[in-house]
Design a protein around this ligand. Structure first.
Ligand code: B12
Ligand code: SF4
Length: 458
């Protein structure tokens, strides 16, 4: 039995546009969902993982499979349906799963043979069994999986040449920020994989550099932090010689032992969601966590960096409180906090989030011809109507934010800081030039976008 697992591309996602900017090579990650599915697949299936981010495969020239499984974030949904249509025309059954199919079930059901909502661990073997018996059902619900005893992901199935491997150690997030899909999809309960499984899987990752995809690797409560410390001790003891980056909340900075253990275990960088320079913005987004203890962000960032860990700060532009000037304020806040890179994104209503419900009820979703418009839900296009910023304004704010933060003098200053404090200057350089070159590309992309879609905001 032949199984194709497809990760659809989205040509609008600048981070995977490798050809336009060679720096982007460092930003293509392995599709972990498909490697996890492959791990759950019995040995009688011959599995190929087809990652369109490496280049669209020549499907007609390939042997006919018995089943196609397609994953999709919302921004990939359009392309996922095109791939599904191709294989369905050949009479091959297509199963779709992942976050978009879960949040937009009816839409997906119309376009594929079967939809798996939620996490696949509990149901995928049953789906395959049903295909073998010719009894594929229209819908399966995996809910939220128990992470004990799950087979390890198949890291061997993708070609080498990715800049980084991927691995997951926890799921779920209790913080439930208004714009984020994670609590809606993976739940508020913070679920942890057994540490020995994580260590064994780390050993299977072929790349030296690894993205730990957890939404918050250290969690928020004392018992989460204790588990993170145990995990880091185990990784250090296994002597894996891997270097990894992860996502975490700012409380990472509050525990020197945790930071020292993370660094010893190979942590070289963290993505932290600061979201907005304004406390009222954090309230708007439901991210009160960042307001706790009257935190000094600059001191927190420094504490992390002192352990040789780079900090990428993520910020959102287009909040209801944002007014003209927010781009400059954001760039200045990120510089003041001392982050090594800034990742600025437009506030985007993703289906299934509280923000989606709010914006929909207020008639503020400008790009709403679905599924075609999903391709713009990359967080790099302003798909909504913003309270105090017109379409032109919000784009100008984004451009001014990136221009200011990624101006040559500021990049050189950060590079110097990195060299001086002996924190991976090469990574700072690659990261900053990658963002800088993307922000140049984005100006052309925005001009096209305004020409083609501008009238939808009237
Ligand atoms: C790693 C990651 C990335 C990596 C992508 C790596 C890759 N190629 O997969 C990078 C950094 C490139 C990235 C980019 C983006 N990401 Co991202 N990312 C994540 C993150 C943190 C983890 C994803 C992951 O690997 N999870 C682990 C796997 C095992 O879980 P899973 O994907 O959910 O798969 C399980 C189930 O969904 C299901 N399943 C999935 N696919 C299929 C298919 C079939 C057939 C079946 C049966 C089941 C099934 O089974 C799996 C096992 O249980 C998630 C947050 C999250 N917790 O999911 C955000 C997340 C998916 N990203 C998000 C977004 C918005 C983006 C971007 C659009 C914007 C951005 N700048 O971040 C881009 C777009 C990328 C694109 N290609 O279009 C949103 C998506 C929301 C949505 N509705 O789509 C999320 C949920 C974060 C959030 N805060 O809301 N991302
Ligand atoms: S943005 Fe981060 S902290 Fe907020 S709900 Fe999502 S994963 Fe949790």
């Amino acid at each position: 039995m032949r199984l194709y697992l497809v990760n659809p591309s989205n040509p609008l996602v600048s981070i995977v546009k490798v050809r336009e900017s060679r720096w982007n090579r460092y930003r293509v990650w392995k599709p972990l969902s498909l490697m996890v599915l492959a791990g759950l697949t019995p040995p009688e299936w011959d599995i190929s993982i087809l990652d369109e981010n490496l280049g669209a495969p020549d499907y007609p020239a390939m042997p006919r499979p018995d089943l196609v499984g397609v994953t999709a974030f919302t921004s990939q949904a359009n392309r996922a349906y095109e791939v599904a249509a191709h294989f369905r025309r050949l009479g091959v059954p297509v199963v779709m799963g992942g976050i978009h199919a879960t949040m937009c079930l009816d839409e997906a059901m119309e376009r594929v043979d079967s939809v798996v909502t939620g996490e696949a661990e509990g149901v995928w073997p049953q789906v395959l069994e049903d295909v073998r018996n010719g009894g594929l059902k229209r819908r399966y619900d995996g809910g939220r999986a128990e992470l004990n005893g799950v087979p390890l992901a198949r890291h061997d199935l993708l070609p080498t040449g990715y800049a980084a491997g991927t691995i997951q150690t926890t799921r779920g997030c209790p913080l439930n920020c208004s714009f984020c899909s994670v609590t809606a999809f993976n739940g508020a309960r913070y679920r942890q994989r057994p540490i020995p499984d994580v260590v064994r899987e780390f050993q299977l990752v072929r790349e030296k550099h690894v993205l730990v995809v957890d939404d918050n690797l250290i969690g928020t409560r004392p018992e989460h932090i204790a588990r993170a410390k145990d995990l880091f001790r185990a990784l250090a003891q296994a002597n894996l010689r891997k270097e990894w980056i992860a996502q975490a909340t700012i409380n990472l900075a509050d525990d020197e032992e945790l930071l020292a253990l993370a660094a010893k275990a190979g942590c070289r960088g963290v993505f932290i969601g600061f979201e907005t320079p304004a406390p009222e913005g954090l309230l708007e987004l439901g991210k009160k966590f960042n307001l706790l203890k009257g935190r000094d962000f600059r001191a927190s960032v420094r504490r992390i960096q002192r352990h040789g860990i780079l900090v990428v700060g993520s910020f959102i532009i287009g909040l209801d409180i944002d007014e003209p000037g927010i781009g400059k304020r954001t760039a200045d806040a990120a510089s003041q906090y001392g982050v090594d890179s800034l990742n600025a994104l437009f506030l985007t209503p993703l289906p299934g989030t509280r923000l989606w419900d709010q914006m929909k009820s207020e008639g503020r979703i400008a790009l709403d011809t679905f599924p075609e418009d999903w391709k713009y839900y990359t967080l790099t296009f302003p798909v909504a109507r913003y309270k105090h910023l017109s379409l032109n304004d919000v784009i100008e704010e984004m451009i001014s934010c990136n221009r200011r933060f990624y101006s040559m003098p500021r990049i050189l200053r950060r590079l110097w800081g990195s060299l001086w404090r002996r924190r991976s200057p090469l990574i700072t350089l690659v990261g900053n030039f990658s963002y800088r070159s993307n922000s140049h590309l984005d100006c052309t992309v925005y001009a096209d976008f305004k020409r083609q879609r501008g009238h939808r905001y009237d």
